[in-house]
Design a protein around this ligand. Structure first.
Ligand code: FNR
Length: 372
């Protein structure tokens, strides 16, 4: 179908499934074990309902905001997803270029198919990019990478903390991964030792440090001035610790359901994090000093508005953009972003919110999100 026939983010998935290679589909779509968390990520949004306000003159609505102090046209960012070239020969550059056109922030993955410098070089002047970090067992490699990223103008470092070992993604494991891509084991000289028999995820992740610990946080703070955010926090206790250690924020995420099956959805975690950080540290959200992000299962502007109402600064979106460029390249990603823009305009009017600041907790009924 032509791009104009694509009406929502779900459509990209249905088309990508038909046109992508089996191997790419298996890697992008798979999630851990029985994929219960993967399904829950999206389903959790269905338990949150709106309490719209009326008669508010919604002629002009504006859904732009700031993430870590940087302007963005929508309260979303393109989250880090590895191996972009599995889906399209231009890989992550599809995302970079589409993000530039829409003033959206892209989080570059450590395990991108394109090189880090290629992705930074292809950004437009002034385009904001973040970096997702997998921490290497060899800390010198990580230090060099982080300091290089800071020099190249990366504006935030998202340290992935939910993947000390890769989850079982059985769809992917059934595919034999024969990577020719020299980037597959980023800066890890052990590429010939990599086990290629269990899918893409395992093949690329053997360098990730299982010993990563809260004790390492001061070291990260000593090697970079970039804001540090933990990606993959899943309960208020860890969010509180991140705040107490002076980090800039956390992403409440279960890695798109690809890690621990039966981990809760990010939106559910958000509710308890906001409650407990208010009770224990007097924080209110959204908060400029300590920002909360959510990802997983976000497919509609209404999902984003729910997260924003509940205190998130912005949400990350992963698979829909992968599916969009796998089927249509950069134009697909642009179309996906345009669809989100259109959805924001309509839904903010219907919600009675003229700005993102007006999207307040009273506008949602999250009562059926389980309270812990
Ligand atoms: C991911 N994700 C991820 N996260 C990360 O920190 N480093 C990575 O390399 C990857 N790679 C990756 C590959 C693929 C194919 C997917 C689908 C996801 C997780 C990602 O950043 C994010 O948490 C989820 O994708 C969000 O869920 P949705 O939007 O895909 O449902």
């Amino acid at each position: 179908p032509s791009l104009t026939e694509i009406l929502n983010l779900h459509d990209f998935e249905a088309i990508a499934r038909q046109v992508m290679s089996e191997k790419a589909w298996a890697y992008y779509s798979s999630a851990a074990d029985d994929e219960i968390t993967h399904r829950e990520n999206h389903a959790a949004y269905h338990r949150i309902w709106f309490r719209p306000r009326v008669l508010r003159n919604v002629t002009n609505v504006d859904w732009s905001t700031k993430i870590l102090g940087h302007p963005t046209k929508m309260p979303i960012y393109i989250t880090a997803t590895a191996l972009g070239k599995l889906g399209h020969p231009d890989g992550e550059l599809n995302l970079t270029r589409a993000a530039a056109k829409h003033d959206i922030i892209q989080m570059i993955p450590t395990l991108a198919s394109c090189s880090f410098d290629e992705i930074v070089d292809s950004a437009a002047p002034g385009q904001v990019q973040f970096l997702q970090l997998y921490v290497n067992g060899d800390r010198e490699i990580t230090k060099k990478f982080v300091q290089h990223a800071e020099k190249r103008g990366i504006k935030g470092l998202f340290i992935t903390v939910d993947a000390p070992q890769l989850g079982r993604r059985e769809k992917d494991m059934r595919m034999k991964f024969e990577a020719e891509d020299p980037r597959e084991v980023t800066d890890n000289k052990a590429s010939n030792k990599v086990d290629r028999s269990q899918g893409a995820a395992r093949a690329i992740s053997s360098f990730i440090d299982t010993s990563l610990d809260w004790k390492d946080i001061p070291w990260f703070q000593s090697i970079t001035k970039m804001p540090l955010i933990l990606k993959g926090v899943q309960c208020w206790e860890d969010a509180l610790q991140a705040y107490d250690m002076g980090l800039a924020g956390v992403v409440l995420s279960n890695h798109g359901g690809r890690q621990l099956d039966f981990a809760r959805s990010g939106i559910e975690t958000l509710v308890e994090v906001v409650r407990e950080l208010k009770a224990r540290r007097g924080l209110t959200f959204p908060n400029e000093k300590f920002q909360l992000f959510v990802d997983g299962g976000v497919r509609r502007a209404t999902d984003v508005l729910k997260a924003v109402a509940l205190g998130a600064t912005a949400v990350g979106i992963g698979r829909p953009f992968l599916y969009a460029f796998s089927a249509y390249g950069q134009e697909g990603v642009e179309r996906a972003l345009q669809i989100l823009h259109d959805e924001f305009e309509m839904n903010m009017r219907l919600l009675g919110a003229r700005t993102i600041k007006e999207v307040v907790p009273e506008m949602v009924d999250a009562g059926s999100v389980h309270q812990h």
